[in-house]
Write a protein that binds this ligand. Structure first.
Ligand code: GPP
Ligand code: MG
Ligand code: MG
Ligand code: MG
Length: 371
């Protein structure tokens, strides 16, 4: 292994002994404490192992603090919860270290999400995220945000290596993270290419393809697949059975994201929506433009969609059109339908010997969310 010479204690035994416990009674709080340990662990030796001066070491610590925390942590907590549910369904009560392991993997998704968002905010010209300025908008950061995004990505692999390289499923974890990242990048490309195509090609089918790839794999399939991997599941059919409803949930989740982009108060959402100015192929637009708008309303969209700036009169008028054509009610019906469509997978999932609860608790977390 040419690159695996650890210059500090070998990770095999007791690597998480000094980590705080994951406490199911205080999930969010104990989960955040584990993140603190990870930040410390993956930065403390850099001056020795990578000759990194203390200014750059501090940069990485501060950059991580700024970008990996402050989210809802749905994805990260789901790894722990689904992993624990699966282990129990196999008659194994998760040990303290099992829970810590799952929490470390949970943070790997949260860190993956962090670098995706740092990059996405730059690509979407966004202003705010999680109630604070986007990282690239900070004085002295700007283009360094690109390298920071890459750096968080590689820190995920360093965390995986330290905590899992002696596990029999280490390669599976690497494969999952790499493939999921590639899927997400395909989705992001489909999303970004919308600037180069005409509005008539913004169809519901294209929307579904974009969101399945840019959101559903990393946000919904990955957390549960990680839980399954730690629980030792090897059966391909089980992964296939879990993937189907989880991808549906991811598509539904991005419909919510698109709806909230236009209609949620930025104070609640923590970000100012940019989909109209960015000419996004969003859930609201595809239906308004193709099915619901009068020719006059359509002409207004042709003239201003993707051309007006955020928080202008034209942008507001587009939101008014969305309301006037009945999209609020359509959205509510869509939420109910998605919920039922996902529930319909119950027998398929249980037939694959998986506990339905691992899907259901995730669904409950996102159903009718307001942020
Ligand atoms: C969310 O889309 C999609 C991502 C975060 C994936 C980004 C992928 C990369 C390869 C960088 P969004 O732009 O609608 O999210 P938000 O509304 O939170 O900005
Ligand atoms: Mg964005
Ligand atoms: Mg985006
Ligand atoms: Mg969005």
């Amino acid at each position: 292994y040419p690159a695996t010479e650890w210059k500090y204690p070998l990770p095999e035994a007791g690597v998480r002994d000094g980590f705080p416990k994951y406490d199911p009674e205080a999930p969010a709080k104990s989960f955040v404490a584990i993140c603190e340990s990870l930040i410390q662990e993956c930065t403390k030796d850099l001056p020795t192992t990578h000759e990194l001066p203390s200014m750059e070491q501090k940069w990485i610590v501060d950059m991580l603090e700024y970008n990996v925390k402050g989210g809802k942590m749905n994805r990260g907590l789901m790894v722990v919860e689904s992993g624990a549910i699966i282990l129990r369904s196999q008659g194994k009560e998760p040990t303290e270290d099992d829970l810590k392991k799952l929490a470390v993997l949970g943070w790997c998704i949260e860190w993956l999400q962090a670098w995706l968002l740092v990059a996405d905010d730059f690509m979407d010209s966004s202003q705010t995220r999680r109630g604070q300025p986007c990282w690239y908008k900070k004085d002295g950061v700007e283009e360094i945000a690109i390298n920071d995004a890459f750096m968080i990505e590689m820190l995920v692999y360093r965390v995986l290596k330290r905590h899992f390289w002696t596990e029999p499923y280490y390669l599976d974890l690497l494969d999952l993270f790499m493939e999921t990242t590639f899927q997400t990048e395909c989705g992001q490309l489909l999303d970004l290419q919308c600037k180069n195509i005409g509005l008539q090609d913004f169809t519901y089918t294209r929307w579904e393809l974009i969101v399945k790839y840019k959101t559903a794999f990393y946000s919904f399939y990955l957390p549960v697949a990680l839980g399954m991997t730690v629980a030792g599941i090897k059966d391909q059919e089980a992964y296939d059975a879990a993937r189907e409803p989880l991808l549906l949930m991811g598509v539904y989740f991005q419909a919510q994201d698109d709806y909230l982009d236009a209609f949620a108060p930025p104070e609640t959402l923590g970000k100012i929506g940019t989909d109209i100015q960015d000419k996004k192929c969003g859930w609201l637009f595809v239906q308004a433009y193709h099915d619901l708008c009068s020719s006059e309303q359509k002409a207004f969209l042709d003239e201003h969609y993707g051309k007006c700036k955020v928080q202008t009169e034209e942008e507001q008028k587009i939101k008014d059109i969305y309301k006037a054509v009945g999209l609020e009610e359509k959205y509510q019906n869509y939420e109910t339908k998605s919920f039922n469509d996902i529930l319909a997978f119950k027998s398929k999932v249980t037939q694959a010997n998986l506990p339905w609860e691992m899907i259901e608790i995730f669904l409950k977390k996102v159903y009718k969310r307001a942020k």
